[in-house]
Each structure stands twice: as structure tokens, then as C-alpha cells.
Design a protein around this ligand. Sequence first.
Ligand SMILES: NC(=O)c1ccc[n+]([C@@H]2O[C@H](COP(=O)([O-])OP(=O)(O)OC[C@H]3O[C@@H](n4cnc5c(N)ncnc54)[C@H](OP(=O)(O)O)[C@@H]3O)[C@@H](O)[C@H]2O)c1
Length: 320
Amino acid sequence: MKAAQINKYGGYEVFEINNDAPKPTVGEGKVLVEVYAASINPFDKAVRAGFMKNMMPLNFPAILGGDFAGVVKEIGEGVTEFKVGDEVFGSANIFSGGSGSFAEFATAKARNAAIKPKNITFEQVGALPLVGSSAVQALEEHMNLHNDQKILIHGGAGGIGHIAIQLAKTLGAYVVTTVSGNDKDFVKQLGADEVIDYKNEKFEEKIKDPSTGSGQVFDAVFDTVGGEVTNKSLQVLKKGGVLVSMIGEPDAKFAEEREITAIRQGTKVNTKHLERLAQLIENGKIKVNIAKIFPLDQIQDAFKYQEELHSRGKIVLKIR
Ligand SMILES: NC(=O)c1ccc[n+]([C@@H]2O[C@H](COP(=O)([O-])OP(=O)(O)OC[C@H]3O[C@@H](n4cnc5c(N)ncnc54)[C@H](OP(=O)(O)O)[C@@H]3O)[C@@H](O)[C@H]2O)c1
């Protein structure tokens, strides 16, 4: 089969196309999928660059990639949830028991997959597993976000952020988001109520309650940015509020003093989260924005685009 492999850690130039890579074999609890589309996440870059090599060392040649959408070709022992021919989406991440999605075929654990909604393309749904599961886990499980609450979403034009804005509006929340100035219209169209240009404005200064002058106005903050944004965000939460960070390490002591729940999330791409996303797609509540689609052969260009250019939403590899 054709696969994009790496034989060493490094920049996007380490990806090589191998037309004779061995097709993965399906094991117990897994499905073999013909991959129609895969998407690129910052995690794939981190693995490729060797940032995770102490925690998660690779065996070379390695096939990276988690997000996939495709068609089930074989099912392993014990799999009852799927049958051959099912259209599915999920994660084939090698650190979650998969074989890597940047290839014509991939295996994935059945518990990391779900049936693809009918009203969406393979490219769109293949962009959703990690970013969509991140938003669902944060907003619905950790924050229990609901009507009339106020949320600040950092990085609203990114992969996770653009799904989180739509989900927060569906849940009835008032949404403030931080983006680069040229993404303001994009996030307004997604439903954001207020937009802060992070390059020219300080969110922690801009968002004061006009009646009380207090800066502690949010019930929840979703931080997809990290760095100094994480702990500055603790300052804008009300007592009893919740911060979920995808990347930062919140100051636990400060959070406890302010009676704030601060969580560093590790996203689970599982059937439960994927089925919730499928429901949201079917009901027209969320849409995936694809910045650009590349063929698998151009995987180096796809990563270059992701890493060097400002993109809205997701970069997708079309494989079939
Ligand atoms: N813990 C986990 O399980 C997990 C799971 C998934 C993702 N993550 C992490 O979560 C982060 C976000 O993922 P993603 O897929 O959404 O990435 P992404 O698509 O690259 O989006 C990041 C967004 O953040 C914006 N941004 C950068 N600096 C900002 C700032 N200071 N204030 C506001 N916005 C800012 C970027 O805008 P510009 O382009 O304008 O700079 C971009 O739109 C990544 O670091 C990823 O590794 C963690």
C-alpha cells in the first residue's frame, strides 16, 4: 500500500512516500479501514519532530497520523460494533493502538471509531476526530456549559477553536473569542458574540463588566493556546468557574485560592465523543472548515502549509 512514512525525527522534509509499505493486519478489537481522508494535527508535528520521543519513542519506519475517515474492510476478533462496508471515522493514532492514518489502509481500535454521518464528506469528517472530541470533552464534560453562561475561547479560528465556538453557541452560551485580526469575520460567522484581536489587544484588560468594573466575568475558559494565556485566563474566571487547557499547565494553587477548577485535558477520541459529533453534524449544529486539501503525495507541502501559514480550521489529506 502507499503510505507516508518517516525514518527519522525532523522537519516536514522527513516524510517519504513508500508505495510498497506493508498493509497493517487487523487484530482483536480492531478494524482495518481503507482510508479516504486523514487530517493533520499539531500533535503529528510534535511526534515527527521528536518532541515526544522520551515518552513515546517511535520504531522506524513509522506511519504517523490519527484522524481518519474511510470504509471498513476487515473486522478483528470481538468487534461487534462494525461490519465490512461501514463508513467510519475516528483515530488510528499509533499511541492508541492504531497503525497511523497517513496511508491507504489503517487499523484502529473499534472503541476509537464511529459510523460516519451521511450528510458530510469523507474529507470534512476526517478533519473532525481530535479537534471535535477535544471540544465535546471540554465543553460538555468538564465545563458542563449551559444556557446563559459566558465562555472565553482562545484560538477561536484554529482546529479546536472553530468547533468549540459552534458547540458553545449550540449549548446556549455567550461566546467571546481571541483570534488574529484577519480572522474576526470568520469567527463572527461561526457565531462568536465578541471577538478580541490577540495581536493588538489584551484580553485580560478588555473584558471588564461595565456595571461592576470586575474582570472576573467568565463561567468557563477554553484555552487552546497555552503559554502565558493559561494563567492569565485564571484571572478572568468567576469564583466557581472552570478552565480547561489543551496545552498549558494551570497554576493549581492560584486556582484553588480563587475556587476555580483548572484542568489540563488529555483528549480521548472514543466512540462516545465521535457519536456525539455525528449527532451535531446530522442536526446541522457544527460544520468543519477545511483550509486546504492536499493529496497524500504532497504531505510535505501539507505540513509546511500547516506550520508556516496562517490557516482557518483544518488541513486535510485526501487519500482516496
Ligand atoms: N491535550 C490534548 O489531548 C490535545 C489534543 C488536541 C490538541 N492539543 C493541542 O491544542 C492546541 C490547539 O490545537 P489546534 O488543533 O486547535 O491547533 P491550531 O489549528 O494550530 O489552532 C491554534 C490557533 O491558536 C491561535 N493562536 C495562537 N496564539 C494565540 C494567542 N496568543 N491567542 C489567541 N489565539 C492564538 C492560532 O491563530 P494564528 O494562526 O493567528 O496564530 C490558531 O488559530 C495545540 O497546541 C495542540 O497540540 C492538545
